[in-house]
Write a protein that binds this ligand. Structure first.
Ligand SMILES: Cc1cc2nc3c(=O)[nH]c(=O)nc-3n(C[C@H](O)[C@H](O)[C@H](O)COP(=O)(O)OP(=O)(O)OC[C@H]3O[C@@H](n4cnc5c(N)ncnc54)[C@H](O)[C@@H]3O)c2cc1C
Length: 336
């Protein structure tokens, strides 16, 4: 029998720190916990919400749902001639996994250091930072398929990873519950240093090893982003909008300082933080919610506010960007 907790407080389960309760919650510490929770008649009429570290969700109110608190541990290494294959339980912390692989001499995840949350959530939005995305280090994952009632293995191609996107944000949403993730870390390692800020941070280090790259990333991120333990936030709140070359060129003609990055398919990614900054929102507070003073892409919660108030602010920002630049910016976190 699953050990359901009633009206469970979620404030410490979301990095915004919003107060919300779950009608039911259950700790999932292994695959049997998952099967027994999902087959329990007490959740028959309730939606299921899967929660890892809660670092990419906005809780807009109490959840009339059963929340699965994903805490499955596990760490295993296999290898072939070319790569290490590292499997982590869904509940392992992502940054802990990055550190452990580097400490054990398996480089490859250093650019993704200090991203909060769990290993099991990393594929959901294909986490990325400083020139590396999860898909470049991903082999496969294991998940419970709620449609078939079986555990399945899902490979790289099937995950259909895109920029902050995957199968699990589209047709696989509400279908798969990830229990383990396997990463492929090539033994022939090359540091990825094509990010201006990172190169500057490593100035004077001629051939940095993975631990040095990791430390540089941790230093940059600690300066730039608010620590969720001190100020509630979910990292970047908006995705960088991708526009075609003609729109980007027209915007550039009107706004010569526009920050944009060419994409392999000829389109351009616009820096959402820059667009928001130009609309005058950086550092603006609206009661207990606001925009971080050092980075306009990050929305913050100072305490005592609600997810609904934060969403209202996010909509005002998106409307202002649309009115000013004719481009719609979309939230990155999952709204619950
Ligand atoms: C300060 C800060 C910095 C950040 N920086 C970055 C960054 O650089 N790059 C980046 O990509 N992201 C970043 N993020 C966002 C976030 O850390 C990642 O998206 C992370 O992968 C979310 O993990 P989580 O365990 O907290 O997921 P949650 O927030 O708990 O869940 C996110 C989504 O995944 C689903 N989910 C979670 N676990 C599972 C599972 N086991 N099976 C199926 N579905 C699941 C949830 O239902 C939800 O839809 C940042 C967040 C913060 C607070």
């Amino acid at each position: 029998m699953a050990d359901f907790l009633e009206f469970y407080p979620l404030r410490t389960h979301n990095t915004f720190g919003f107060d919300a309760r779950a009608r039911l919650a259950v700790h999932i510490r292994n695959e049997s916990d998952l099967v027994s929770a999902l087959s329990d008649h007490r959740i028959d009429n309730l939606p299921i919400v899967v929660l890892g570290g809660g670092s990419n969700v906005v809780l807009t109110g109490d959840l009339d749902a059963c929340v699965l608190l994903m805490e499955i541990p596990g760490y295993d290494v296999a290898e072939d001639d070319a790569s290490w294959l590292v499997t982590a339980g869904a509940g392992e912390t992502w940054h802990g996994l990055v550190n452990r692989t580097i400490d054990e001499g398996m480089p490859g995840l250093e650019n993704l250091a200090l991203i909060p949350g769990t290993a099991g959530a990393a594929p959901i939005q294909n986490i990325g930072a400083y020139g590396v995305e999860l898909r470049e280090r991903f082999a496969r994952l294991r998940a419970y398929d709620r449609q078939s009632g079986d555990f399945v293995t899902i490979d790289l191609d099937t995950c259909a990873f895109g920029y902050r996107d995957s199968l699990f944000k589209r047709e696989g949403r509400d279908r798969y519950i990830i229990t383990a993730v396997t990463l492929r870390l090539p033994k022939a390692w090359q540091p990825v240093l094509n990010y201006g800020e990172l190169t500057r941070e490593l100035e004077g280090v001629s051939t940095p090893d993975a631990a040095q790259v990791r430390d540089a990333i941790v230093a940059i991120r600690s300066r730039k982003l608010p620590d969720p333990a001190k100020i509630g936030n979910a990292g970047s709140f908006f995705k960088n909008p991708v526009v075609d070359a003609s729109l980007r060129n027209a915007l550039l003609a009107d706004h010569p300082a526009l920050v944009s990055y060419p994409q392999p398919d000829g389109s351009y990614k616009l820096a959402a933080g820059w667009l928001i900054d130009q609309c005058g929102f950086k550092g603006v507070d609206d009661g207990p919610v606001g925009v971080y003073g050092k980075q306009a892409l990050v929305l913050v919660h100072h305490g005592g506010g609600t997810g609904a108030a934060l969403l209202a602010l996010a909509n005002r920002i998106a409307d202002a960007v649309q009115a000013h630049f004719g481009v719609r910016i979309e939230p990155e976190p999952v709204i619950l």
